[in-house]
Write a protein that binds this ligand. Structure first.
Ligand SMILES: [Fe+2]
Ligand SMILES: [Fe+2]
Length: 286
């Protein structure tokens, strides 16, 4: 008989890696060693995950050399991996370079994995040359078909896409997912059991809901922005850390989204101050 842990879905989702060709650095923040650090923490902390997803903005300016560096660094992890695109990626350049890309029948970089009672649905919201991504009729129709299958199979659905669909009441909303109501209608009409939506793009950690669906964003591998909310003027501050990825764990009832920081300027406190934090027990669930 399988154990609770065997039935527990665990997926790692990284986004906004923004790699440049080797040796190039933007704004003093070298994304390559940060991405290496991300892969190393997955190796040490999360190598029991079922899947590792790279949710777009793999490169800063879609250079072939940067895609090669992306492949070189991610080869340091053995988990099953899925690669998605963002607004900084050019689908044509990526597909020319990619060895075994995830593709739907219309050659969009979209796909799904069915794991432990869940369908992980990965959408391609990239529009080459445009900051504001979107989903055309073909992609919406493909999404509707995959959701219908998930419903028929009784799968819980986790949707991953690059562009945040939910308005964060920040300037980034001017280039979030275009026409989000179209995707929302597809989701509502499907009747599928959608338990989480996760996006990158906005370079900030957030959680909330979108049209009734739990929706979170992660800050990614490049700079992190401050919450610069509607009504503010002046400069929005950007920070060197945390660089972070999401770890989703779901047993089909409890779905937790964790934000794993792998570059973090906070100091670790003296562990002897927390003797109760050594060899802790986890809740026993069946
Ligand atoms: Fe980005
Ligand atoms: Fe983006």
């Amino acid at each position: 008989m399988s154990t609770y842990t065997d039935r527990l879905l665990k997926i790692v989702i990284m986004s906004d890696i923004h790699l440049l060709p080797k040796g190039e650095v933007k704004r003093g923040l070298d994304t390559a060693p940060r991405f290496k650090a991300a892969i190393e923490t997955v190796n040490t902390l999360h190598n029991d995950a079922d899947l590792c997803i790279f949710a777009g903005d793999l490169t800063e300016k879609s250079d072939v050399a940067a895609y090669a560096l992306f492949d070189e660094i991610r080869a340091g992890n053995d988990l099953p991996q899925r690669v998605m695109l963002g607004n900084h990626d050019d689908r044509n350049i990526y597909l020319k370079h990619a060895k075994n890309p995830m593709l739907d029948e219309n050659r969009f970089v979209a796909g799904y994995d069915d794991i432990k009672g869940h369908r992980i649905l990965m959408l391609d919201s990239s529009e080459p040359g445009k900051l504001r991504g979107g989903l055309c009729e073909k992609r919406l129709s493909w999404t509707a078909d995959r959701l219908a299958e998930a419903k028929a199979l009784g799968l819980k659905v986790i949707i991953v896409l690059h562009h945040n669909p939910c308005a964060l009441q920040m300037p980034v909303d001017t280039y979030r997912l275009a026409d989000p109501e179209k995707l929302l209608k597809v989701l509502h009409d499907s009747g599928a059991d959608i338990i989480q939506v996760l996006a990158g793009h906005c370079h900030i950690t957030s959680a909330g809901s979108w049209g009734g669906y739990p929706c979170a964003t992660i800050s990614g591998n490049q700079h992190r922005v401050e919450p610069f909310l509607r009504g503010r003027t002046g400069q929005q501050d950007c920070y060197t850390s945390p660089a972070q990825y999401a770890v989703i764990m779901s047993d089909q009832v409890n779905c937790a989204v964790h934000f794993q920081n792998y570059v973090d300027d906070s100091a670790v406190m003296d562990p002897t101050l927390f003797p109760n934090k050594i060899d802790q027990k986890f809740e026993v669930l069946d």
